[in-house]
Write a protein that binds this ligand. Structure first.
Ligand SMILES: Cc1cc2nc3c(=O)[nH]c(=O)nc-3n(C[C@H](O)[C@H](O)[C@H](O)COP(=O)(O)OP(=O)(O)OC[C@H]3O[C@@H](n4cnc5c(N)ncnc54)[C@H](O)[C@@H]3O)c2cc1C
Length: 424
């Protein structure tokens, strides 16, 4: 059984449920672009109500959530763990209906000046690093209310200048490739950065979390069972007037309604320019030892490397949280991924004001198209996990029967409510 935290989301209260129009979409042909978690979960939710066709450019489903194997050991593109970020029991229940999971925990640490230290940074790090006096002096003068002008001002006020420089400044520049001053304080708040000085709990341990009994691929097999998915189908253009998608092979497919999980700027042909993303390249490596590293006598799941001298931003040790350590393949060895920042990968939406403004314009444009729904990590340009994607999918399901009848302002409201205001 799973255990979750209860909480009420204020923006959910605004959703009006209207089941009377469900029959309107029954005969509709819905084309979904993308068989990642967003596309696959919507295909499952809407399958009884419409004729669905999913177009996926890759050879298999899963998007960023695919599991891969190396010498019998499973890994993902960075650690993938099911956690209850939004406190929605309904969302977690939907996922667990489609995949068997085992409860687990993640640990994290940061490698600084040749030593493992607490990550998120804890005040004990000052002692480990021999800088107790300097930082304690800074902490005496921290304001009660941090200056939220930007990411940097906020974090300096939360953890002091020295800790900010050690743990956040260089890491942020290394990962995002932009000065932290240009990033919003919102991003730091959303990631709970700087909240941990007195709280020894590691990153994910505050929440219930789990990993699939087998792997994440199983989830996609179950979600897409009986659904018409076309693989190797790259959508190169959408003709919004003719209501057709055009594949790079030249094939055109018509739709009554389109649900797109590709990037929102690409869907509309970049009329306002490109949204910026960041991400990393990974290198899977098998280590002939039990774990990559230990901190406080526990194997470390995620080790962060804030210093610029290290090319990687993070190393993930999969065995530490997958609960597969009793399997023969895992005896005396483990699998890690070395994660190196790359601006070619579209993983994380940029969190600066310029891109936030751009997104607003794209959402306003999207709301003028009644036959289109843009959704998912790139479709709504939001940092998402499977549980928060599910929460959004369940919200969208409530609007779905009436989507084409909504006026533009209501559709924009619907997008903002679906997108939500929670922190991951
Ligand atoms: C580094 C990283 C770590 C993560 N960790 C976790 C975690 O610990 N726990 C968790 O629950 N979630 C995690 N996630 C989130 C999860 O992997 C998904 O990103 C999320 O559920 C949203 O998926 P999505 O379908 O919106 O996007 P994607 O996974 O990007 O799927 C989009 C799909 O659309 C396809 N597509 C795109 N454009 C086209 C086109 N033009 N034509 C046809 N097909 C197209 C792509 O091939 C892809 O399959 C993580 C994500 C990342 C990037």
């Amino acid at each position: 059984m799973f255990r979750t935290q209860k909480c009420v989301s204020p923006d959910l209260i605004k959703i009006k449920i209207n089941h009377k129009n469900i029959t309107k979409v029954m005969k509709k042909k819905i084309v979904i672009i993308g068989a990642g978690y967003a596309g696959a979960s919507l295909a499952r939710l809407f399958n009884d109500q419409a004729q669905i066709i999913v177009l996926e450019s890759a050879k298999r489903p899963g998007g960023l959530c695919k599991s891969y194997y190396k010498e019998g050991m499973v890994y993902e593109y960075g650690p993938h763990i099911l956690a209850n970020h939004h406190c929605s029991d309904e969302a977690i229940a939907f996922i667990l209906k489609h995949i068997d999971c085992v409860e687990t925990g993640l640990t994290s640490a940061s490698y600084v000046k040749g030593k493992f230290t607490y990550y998120p940074p804890h005040q004990k790090n000052a002692e480990i690093l021999g800088i107790k006096e300097i930082v304690e002096e800074e902490w005496k003068n921290l304001p009660h209310i941090p200056n939220e002008e930007n990411f940097e001002t906020y974090l300096i006020d939360k953890v002091g200048k020295t800790f900010y420089e050690i743990y956040f400044k260089d890491f942020t520049e290394k990962f995002w490739g932009i000065p932290p001053k240009t990033m919003s304080a919102e991003w730091a708040k959303m990631r709970h950065l700087g909240e941990s000085l007195k709280d020894e709990k590691m990153f994910f341990n505050k929440r219930w979390c789990a990993y699939p009994k087998s792997d994440w691929n199983e989830l996609f097999k179950n979600l897409l069972q009986g659904i018409n998915v076309v693989y190797d189908a790259l959508v190169s253009k959408v003709d919004l007037d003719k209501k057709e998608v055009i594949l790079d092979s030249g094939t055109t497919i018509s739709y009554d309604m389109l649900i797109s999980t590709m990037s929102i700027d690409k869907l509309f042909g970049y009329p306002y320019g490109k949204l910026k993303y960041s991400g990393y390249e990974i290198e899977p490596v098998i280590l002939e030892r039990d774990y990559y590293g230990e901190f406080n006598s526990k194997p470390i799941s995620m080790t962060y490397f804030p210093e610029k001298d290290h090319i990687q931003a993070r190393i993930t040790d999969y065995k530490s949280f997958q609960k597969k350590e009793t399997l023969e393949t895992y005896q005396g060895r483990t699998i890690i991924t070395i994660e190196k920042p790359s601006h070619k990968q579209e993983f994380y939406p940029s969190n600066d004001s310029e891109n936030a403004k751009l997104l607003e314009k794209y959402l306003e444009l999207a709301a003028t198209h009644k036959d289109v729904i843009t959704f998912g990590r790139k479709g709504l340009y939001k940092y998402l996990t499977t549980d928060t994607t599910t929460e959004m999918a369940l919200r969208l399901q409530k609007y779905f029967p009436d989507w084409q009848e909504l006026n533009v302002a209501s559709r924009l409201d619907a997008y903002n409510i679906v997108r939500g205001n929670w922190n991951n």
